[in-house]
Design a protein around this ligand. Structure first.
Ligand SMILES: O=P(O)(O)OC[C@H]1O[C@H](OP(=O)(O)OP(=O)(O)O)[C@H](O)[C@@H]1O
Ligand SMILES: O=c1[nH]c(=O)c2nc[nH]c2[nH]1
Length: 193
């Protein structure tokens, strides 16, 4: 998606440790108009698939998923929580995920009543790097007997391999910008063509 690539080139910075910082528009300050265009792009890619629910994970996927849902007939958005809470009651599906930016393992939890057998799920997230977050969401869907219809990602760091491993397994992964390489010293960013 040209618009997203241009924003990354203009406003993104490359940090040591394979970190692309795009918090000016994607995952701290949020450009909702850009999110809307991203939702439209996923709706075009996944047209023809039945989507009954969008599933994402705290924290940065939530805003993007909610705006995208407007392009999928307003289906419910469920976000997996990364901490137990007195506000979480009833039976839960749980797994664990290693967080790329927080560098520690988190529980990942969804209440059983919000993810069901018969759901056709679109997974959405801001970043795909090693694929840990998506593995957690796929686990939750498998536990619930829900079908993963597709995966919509804003920025994939292709050189970390998580996206290609999922494609090899047959998942339909639509990443709107795939960074093939980036250099923290020069600031250069190359996109996959
Ligand atoms: O493919 P992966 O290696 O799992 O990396 C991608 C994940 O990393 C980030 O989550 P993180 O927990 O770092 O930050 P967040 O809480 O801001 O979403 C991002 O939001 C994705 O969920
Ligand atoms: O802001 C972010 N930049 C990244 O490079 C990244 N990788 C996973 N999650 C990420 N979030």
């Amino acid at each position: 998606m040209k618009e997203l690539e241009e924003r990354i080139r203009r406003e993104g910075t490359v940090k040591p440790g394979n970190v692309l910082k795009v918090d000016a528009f994607l995952n701290h300050q949020c450009d909702v108009t850009l999110f809307d265009h991203m939702g439209a792009a996923w709706a075009e890619h996944f047209a023809g698939k039945t989507i009954t629910k969008i599933l994402t994970i705290e924290a940065s996927g939530i805003g993007i998923a909610c705006v995208a849902a407007r392009h999928f007939d307003g289906v419910p958005v469920v976000f997996a929580k990364k901490a137990q809470s007195i506000n979480l009651d009833g039976d839960q599906y749980t797994t664990t995920v290693y967080s790329f930016t927080k560098q520690k393992e988190f529980p990942v939890i969804v209440a059983k009543k919000y993810l069901n057998a018969g759901d056709h799920v679109l997974l959405i997230d801001d970043f795909l790097a090693n694929g840990k977050a998506l593995r957690g969401l796929i686990d939750l869907c498998e536990s619930a007997g829900a079908v993963v219809e597709g995966i919509g990602i804003a920025v994939e760091k292709g050189f970390q391999g998580g996206g290609d491993r999922l494609r090899e397994e047959g998942y339909d992964v639509d990443s709107l910008a795939i960074v093939e390489s980036m250099d923290a010293e020069t600031g250069d960013i190359e996109f996959r063509r």
